[in-house]
Design a protein around this ligand. Structure first.
Ligand code: GDP
Ligand code: MG
Length: 161
């Protein structure tokens, strides 16, 4: 069985862009409209010394009703079947209350968490990382999924040799 890595976070932080970069595909829907991915979406990353399954998710919006609630159920299934959680946050938005709530949920799963600070392009990378250091997650990595920057570091951190 290949290890399973789930991409989790608020809508619009760049999870699907990261999925496409990791799987070298354009399978995941990327859009400016939040909430485009409602179910789970699987791909294989072959950039590591050993391939792993990547699961793109629809994003946690903090709403439990209607379509957002159904999306959240799908995210929770993805969390439960993952070996590792990649928590994607947005460097431009900084730390939002919803991020803290999502992190709490990820922690409660007991699974290992890597924080990926996406969209560091055009920001001061060090201060962006510094802001998310308040989460207290040892593996907090800079990323620009749209520009393929940070992918190798994430892959190495996710599946160390
Ligand atoms: P998701 O809802 O989390 O899956 O987010 P998407 O992958 O659909 O991306 C949401 C928006 O953010 C799109 O307009 C992307 O082009 C943009 N985006 C994603 N990654 C980056 C990045 O690294 N830098 C910048 N500047 N924009 C990004
Ligand atoms: Mg998406």
């Amino acid at each position: 069985m290949l290890p399973v890595v789930a991409l989790v976070g608020r809508p619009n932080v760049g999870k699907s862009t990261l999925f496409n970069a990791l799987t070298r595909s354009r399978d995941a829907l990327v859009a400016d409209m939040p909430g485009v991915t409602r179910d789970r979406h699987y791909g294989v990353c072959r950039l590591a010394h050993r391939p792993f399954v990547v699961v793109d998710t629809g994003g946690l919006s903090g709403k439990e009703e209607g379509i957002e609630g159904l999306t959240a159920q799908q995210v929770r299934l993805a969390i439960s079947e993952a070996n590792l959680l990649v928590f994607v946050v947005d460097a431009r938005d900084g730390v939002l209350p919803l991020d803290a709530a999502i992190l709490g949920e990820l922690r409660r799963s007991g699974k290992p968490v890597i924080v990926v600070v996406n969209k560091v392009d055009g920001t001061d990378e060090q201060s962006s990382l510094g802001e998310f250091a308040s989460f207290g997650i040892a593996s907090t990595l800079p990323m620009s999924a749209a520009h393929n920057r940070g992918i190798d570091l994430l892959v190495e951190t996710a599946l160390p040799q």
